[in-house]
Ligand binder design. Sequence first.
Ligand code: GLN
Length: 378
Amino acid sequence: PQSKLPHVGTTIFTVIGQLAAQHQAINLSQGAPNFACSDTLVRYAHEAMQAGHNQYAPMSGLPALREAIAAKVATLYGQPYHPDSEVTVMASASEALFSAITALVHPGDEVIVFEPAFDSYIPMIELQGARAVVIKLAAPDFAIPWDEVAARITPRTRMMVLNTPHNPTGTVLGAADAARLQALTAGTDIVILSDEVYEHVVFDGQLHHSMSRYPALAERAVVVTSFGKTFHVTGWRVGYCLAPAALMDEIRKVHQFAMFAADTPMQHALARLMAEPGHYLGLAAFYQRKRDLLVSALAGSRLQLLPSHGSFFLLAGYGHLSDEPDSQLVQRLITEHGVATIPVSAFYGDGTDQRLIRLSFAKDDATLLAGAERLCRL
Ligand code: GLN
């Protein structure tokens, strides 16, 4: 058949995961915990199944879960999303991104994307017959060049995809970014699609600048987030999105025919856990300690570590050691040194290679120490 995605192969996370398993490498590649989620959450899921919650959930999500989400967002970010019309539980944050892009982006539209970018954004845009307008973020701070954004906005710009905290660089947007964004989008019909799956993983006392903190941005934003990242259950495939009712109506039209509804027993379990106040409060400190453990374990390595302000990731440069392409180095690290990482060129449509690798610290301490020890031999 004629491919709809002729330039797309298998996602890097699958390719590296398979290679790591084949070589029994210490795996610092995928942003997925290798440690257990809470026993309580597992028990809640089990009890929900035993209680017979095994058939379709409501299309937009379990009411108790939507109410818990709206209450959390109002408390944390001050924005009153209506649980009936402005909150939808999705079968993963990936589904939320896909349903939002499919619902809101038309053929011929332009969508601004910042690279390095998570590998699904551009294919999702291109599947709509739309064009990704790529703006590059430069090392070491990977800040958004707002003057360039202003120059690249055209009457065809339909959407801008943001990601904070950012995968793979660990940067976070600040109040000044929000102000620029507000000024640039005022009076336009540009939708901001904001991937905030690491919303609770922001370090060093910084705030998460959710689009839902800013009324002038929230009115044009689709905010996507994930229970997998917050509760260590990436395999449950449950996330949610927030949007003003007029946008959400369109997103639900796609969601109802793509997935119909998210997993029922998992929604019951998550709703029970979310009813306990402050369930997300320890997460930033939990991951900050892991970041610091990995950084200190790499103190004796020759890699150049870039600062990570949030997310599960930090970047390491090796250009001063070797001129090897990053995908080749990553392959060699797996096969010769037994440690798996992700080449950052995978986050660029044109394969831009800055001799950077991404390390995930969403791993138990023993794995972080063992992986670091192997990286120190480089
Ligand atoms: N978000 C995670 C990462 O960046 C997992 C992505 C995936 O495997 N689809 O590693």
